[in-house]
Write a protein that binds this ligand. Structure first.
Ligand SMILES: [Fe+2]
Length: 257
């Protein structure tokens, strides 16, 4: 990686992280009051918003019983999401109507529901509002495409490498670590399709919307200050496979130690 790209990587990582952290902080206050404002019916009487939330609440409790099978949990969450007509839920409908592209080059985030066990968000993207490779430490999640489409790539960590280097960012010196990641998913996600990650598999992902795109995601457990700080942003060399091995890529990330 040349000097310019390395500098840009650090800068973008810091900016991206600051951006996402700010958005989550801003919506946290809203989230405190959001929980009591549900209960709007859609045209699907079997799955109104309240029913949806209580089903996810019951499922998300299973995370406290170890060992917890995340894949099984996500499969059940997926089945519930598939029964939802998200655009008909009043919360989602209102967010759609009030949408403004307030953050150029970054998606708009609306926290629909948050409690310690899980959180549900609506993400709205203009075409090309790319989310670069990042992880979700100690979390599992599911993305449900509502409108539009996006290229979604998921990766698992294959190997952490010993080699590190340092980069100067202003007055700070940042340690850059390396790892090998393995591509698990690389597909255009269409409406009603889902993408899943667990804390150990497919936990790193990137997303490129090909047009105006709206999706609902559920992350378990909910974001906390600690998990926000723990999120890593990766610079992935997608131009070539690591040592020629198919689907394997070299990735770098700024150490948070
Ligand atoms: Fe993510």
């Amino acid at each position: 990686m040349d000097e310019f790209k390395r500098r840009e990587f650090i800068k973008l990582s810091a900016i991206s992280f600051a951006g996402i952290a700010m958005q989550f902080s801003a919506v946290s206050a809203f989230a405190l009051t959001a929980n009591g404002q549900n209960g709007f019916l859609g045209s699907n009487p079997e799955m109104n918003w309240d029913a949806f939330i209580s089903k996810i609440q019951a499922l998300a409790k299973t995370q406290h019983v170890k060992p917890w099978n995340q894949s099984k949990y996500l499969g059940k969450v997926e089945a519930i999401m598939n029964k939802c007509k998200f655009p008909e839920f009043e919360k989602v409908k209102t967010a759609f109507q009030e949408y403004k592209n307030q953050s150029p080059d970054w998606f708009e985030h609306e926290l629909l529901h948050q409690e310690i066990d899980f959180q549900i968000s609506l993400l709205q993207f203009e075409k090309g509002e790319y989310i670069s490779h990042h992880d979700h430490p100690e979390m599992c999640g599911i993305i449900n495409m509502v409108t539009g489409n996006a290229l979604v790539k998921n990766y698992s960590i294959d190997k952490l490498l010993d080699k590190t280097r340092t980069e100067k960012y202003g007055e700070k010196e940042i340690k850059i670590k390396s790892c090998i990641i393995k591509e698990v998913q690389n597909e255009i996600l269409l409406p009603n399709q889902t993408s899943i990650l667990t804390s150990t598999e497919s936990n790193i992902h990137s997303l490129m919307p090909n047009k105006f795109t709206q999706l609902v995601d559920i992350f378990t457990p909910s974001y906390s200050e600690e998990s926000e700080k723990g999120t890593k942003w990766f610079q992935v060399n997608e131009k070539e496979n690591f040592e020629g091995i198919p689907k394997q890529f070299l990735a770098e990330y700024a150490s948070i130690d």
